[in-house]
Design a protein around this ligand. Structure first.
Ligand code: CU
Length: 178
């Protein structure tokens, strides 16, 4: 009996540790870096503003994600502007401006955010980006130990799936010894 109880405690402890590990991994996996414009970087696009519109439409952005703006220093800038300044390509009153590439911009507010280049007529030529930021990807409560196990299929990493299997095995053992 005492031995059973010790085994149960041990398995329970292992289970808790694994659950915490998964929670930590999910947190680190939640923040994603996106290279704005892919290999084209932050530039005057050949096909106008639709280039960055279609680039951003392929992603869902969350709080904590990072936009990486790659550009040639002195030729471009990254300016955070109001919606109307974005629409009108008004470069006179940026909220924030960054002149050194690469600019790693962390998305830290939900809702829309607007970026333009302030050099020459680059914005009018289509060097402008707006993204809409959603809330956190992984609500902290989702992974709070102890069980139930986390929702599978949430992350595409094999590592997470493997650990999920470990949790399942641990739980099976836990209930067996109980
Ligand atoms: Cu520019």
């Amino acid at each position: 009996m005492a031995g059973d109880r010790a085994a149960t405690n041990l398995v329970g402890r292992v289970l808790a540790i694994v659950a915490v590990e998964i929670w930590l991994m999910s947190r680190s996996a939640a923040a994603t870096s996106y290279v704005v414009g892919g290999s084209s970087g932050w530039n005057t696009p050949a096909n106008g503003a639709s280039f960055y519109t279609s680039w951003e439409s392929t992603y869902t952005f969350y709080i904590g994600d990072v936009l990486v703006f790659n550009f040639i220093n002195g030729q471009h800038s990254v300016a955070v502007v109001s919606q109307s300044d974005y629409n009108n390509c008004n470069t006179a009153s940026p909220i924030q401006i960054f002149n050194n590439s690469p600019e790693d911009y962390t998305l830290n507010t939900t809702g829309p955010i607007y970026f333009i280049c302030t050099h020459d007529s680059h914005c009018s030529q289509g060097q402008k980006l707006s993204v809409t930021v959603s809330g956190t990807n992984a609500p902290p409560g989702t992974y709070a130990p102890p069980p139930p196990p986390p929702p599978y299929g949430y992350s595409g990493t094999g590592y997470l799936y493997t650990s999920g299997a470990v949790v399942f095995a641990s739980m099976a053992m836990y209930f067996l010894v109980m």
